[in-house]
Design a protein around this ligand. Structure first.
Ligand SMILES: O=C(O)CC1=CCC(=O)O1
Length: 98
């Protein structure tokens, strides 16, 4: 199942820089593991914003919630999720499900 996830990062301005850096390092490790195992096929920075647009490929809504809520930055993310269905006019480019 594919989902579009739009995430806005809202770190409190008074968060100590070392804590923010530690969270960001853990976030990178976590999301790169999910990218490697195929659950996070797309991760794009939104130009000009501390935000990303992602495509997530998971087996269930519960797995989606588990993946998102496990993000170290989760308490500081505004996340909007949209389920994706195959477009009838999409050309099959031989990619798995994207
Ligand atoms: O967009 C960000 O910086 C937050 C984030 C989500 C996954 C990731 O690696 O970073």
């Amino acid at each position: 199942m594919l989902f579009l996830a739009e995430m806005e990062v809202r770190l409190p301005p008074d968060m100590p820089a070392e804590h923010a850096d530690e969270l960001k390092a853990r976030e990178r490790e976590y999301s790169q593991a999910a990218q490697r195992d195929g659950r996070w096929p797309h991760l794009w920075r939104v130009a000009g914003r501390y935000a990303n647009v992602s495509v997530l490929d998971v087996g269930s809504i519960d797995e989606l919630h588990e993946l998102l809520s496990g993000l170290p930055l989760f308490p500081y993310l505004d996340i909007r999720v949209t389920p994706l269905a195959r477009h009838p006019n999409a050309i099959d480019r031989g990619e798995s499900d994207v």
